[in-house]
Design a protein around this ligand. Structure first.
Ligand code: NAD
Length: 298
């Protein structure tokens, strides 16, 4: 299939590479020349502008951009996609943005005659490279069915979550729970260790007891408990604190609009805000455990 791909960063770059590997013909655009060059080396064609990409003979355009303001300007701007794309081209936005912005862009696309899906992902840069992402997809069932083979070249679990915006709803709800469970795990681990428990023994107990969760059994924040976790490599790599903070902002904003209390989500946002403000925004989000160490290194 002829596919346009816009936004070739940490996630979009490897996702686009997987589409090339699966035999699709890609036309790509990014503000970063090195990001474009990497795809061109792999066999993709570069477009000079968003308008040029929109006007090329692609059947589907996928975007993977940092935040809602980028998505709105790329789709709705005077020189954006909708100003130039043919109505028969299908659109998929995989960026993580708030559900209301996703619905606003989808409504504009629909008015223009384009079918559009929101399809945010989970699985991080490792999942993007390995082609094992989870896609949470909002939009019409028939459009989802048509997009499935393309999404399967980049992911393993592809779930239709309901109408437009529902992919983003699933994503913000999951990531808010992840933030809360990580803070809970950090608090419990630090309490146990400060009262004399060996961290590995404590993690083993939690992971075979009712406190078990992904933050404790796959991504434990206590250093040395799990060799594969960012906690055991100085909290480098993984999912950055500032990205988690962004997702908590999306959750609390969406909650405000839905008039739905998110008490622990708001508290988690404040804790991550504090931690980021202390200069830790680039560390993996499990480093939030450092807040409990009174500043001393874990
Ligand atoms: P990134 O910053 O690495 O990449 C974004 C890319 O978009 C950059 O290459 C940038 O040059 C490009 N870009 C920005 N504005 C543009 C424009 N107007 N036109 C063309 N290109 C433009 O970000 P990322 O880590 O790839 O994340 C992308 C999205 O995926 C975000 O919404 C993020 O929240 C989400 N996400 C990230 C991860 C992760 O682990 N990194 C995991 C899941 C979801």
């Amino acid at each position: 299939m002829k596919i346009g791909f816009l936004g070739l960063g940490n996630m979009g770059g490897p996702m686009a590479l997987n589409l090339v590997k699966a035999g699709h013909q890609l036309t790509v655009f990014d503000l970063s020349k090195p990001a474009v060059d990497q795809l061109v080396e792999a066999g993709a064609t570069a477009a000079d502008t968003i308008a040029a990409l929109a006007k090329s003979d692609v059947e589907l355009i996928i975007t993977m951009l940092p935040a809602a303001q980028h998505v709105k300007s790329v789709y709705l701007g005077d020189e954006g996609l909708l100003a130039h794309v043919s109505p028969k081209v299908r659109l998929i936005d995989s960026s993580t943005i708030d559900p209301m912005s996703a619905r606003e862009v989808e409504a504009a696309a629909s008015k223009h005659g384009n079918l559009m899906l929101d399809a945010p992902v989970s699985g991080g840069t490792g999942g993007a490279a390995a082609g094992t992402l989870t896609f949470m997809v909002g939009g019409e069932q028939a459009d989802f069915d048509a997009a499935l083979p393309v999404l399967q070249a980049m992911g393993k679990n592809i779930v239709h979550c309901g109408p437009a915006g529902n992919g983003q709803v699933a994503k913000v709800a999951n990531n808010m729970l992840l933030a809360i469970s990580m803070i809970g795990t950090a608090e419990a681990m630090n309490l146990g260790v400060s009262l004399g428990m060996d961290p590995k023994v404590l993690a083993g107990i939690i992971n075979t007891s009712s406190g078990r969760c992904w933050s404790s059994d796959t991504y434990n924040p206590y250093p040395g408990v799990m060799d594969s976790a960012p906690a055991s490599r100085g909290y480098s790599g993984g999912f950055g604190t500032d990205l988690m903070l962004k997702d908590l902002g999306l959750a609390t904003d969406a909650a405000k609009q839905a008039r739905q209390p998110v008490i622990l989500g708001a508290l988690a946002q404040q804790l991550y805000q504090t931690f980021s403000g202390q200069g830790n925004g680039a560390l993996d989000f499990s480093a939030i455990i450092k807040l409990y160490a009174g500043g001393k290194d874990e």
